[in-house]
Design a binder for this molecule. Sequence first.
Ligand code: DC
Length: 339
Amino acid sequence: MNIISVRGATTIEENKKENILERTEELLNTILDENKIEIKDIKSIIFTATEDITKVYPAVAARNIGITKAALMCVQEMHVEGSLPMCIRIMMDFQRRDKDPKLPIKHIYLHKASKLRPDLAESLAIAIDGPAGAGKSTIAKEVASQLGYVYIDTGAMYRAVAYYCKENSIDWKREEEVIGALKDIKIEIQIINEKQHIYLNKKDITDSIRNEEIASGASTVATYEKVRIELVRLQQELASKTSVVMDGRDIGTHVLPNANYKIFLTASVTERAMRRVQELEQNGQQVELKKIKEDIIKRDYNDSNRKFSPLSKAEDAIIVDTTGKSIKEVTDEVLNIIK
Ligand code: DC
């Protein structure tokens, strides 16, 4: 018989009793399942919580799932500047009986805690495709934040090419001119405070590309094969470095055909147009619903009928219709698919 230690960590979204207990139970159950540990074999568990967690002792979650005999202890994690907030860590000692097969120990890092041990975390890719206004970026951002993954908005890259054309008086309808300009376009993505910033030749253009004129230019340049080849290469490179949630039109079909999960978001044209109007009005732009609806129909047509990697659902993608649903409802639906 030998005593073995296993480590784990998770994060909570809010300092609330239910959230602390639910996430700690999930972590404990995952450690037990993944390592084939029986409750009677657990000897002791030390829980640590960051100083922003105050509503309940995580050890209560252990009692709730029947760990009643092991020695349990909760302490506060040492505070290090810049460290991950809202984090619960576990160190569990358990015994392996001599007859048990020799299993490798799996330390478990869930939610944003997966960032703590990138060496252990499996790198995963989640592809979210769908037409304009289906809620892709909102949902992809939320899902990425809950899982601690990096969110990559590929539409912003096509917008960046359109923005370059506009700034340099290049007519984006002239394919040859746009292709000729590609060598002068360097797009970079940086995640700052969980928000994606897009740089065009070192200039932060994140907010300047969010208008209907650039959206329409993006839809046009996205039909050019050479533009797509260049941007898809950049997207694949970003996804190869870390776990990502990537949204676009061809992620599941073309950019990441081997993505672990593929979601296709849809919503009715009217609902998508209404959402777009709201978003633009929030940005201080005055727009007409009828015009936005026409633009959306035009972009749907452009995106779905272009020659190179048109917008289409991957065969293995799961459709999620967002019409009439709240952000939380859709996020939960997607997270459930992933779980
Ligand atoms: O999602 P968005 O509105 O930011 O996208 C801008 C345009 O770029 C849209 O018309 C479709 C195109 N696009 C594409 O063709 N492929 C992608 N992966 C992402 C966007």
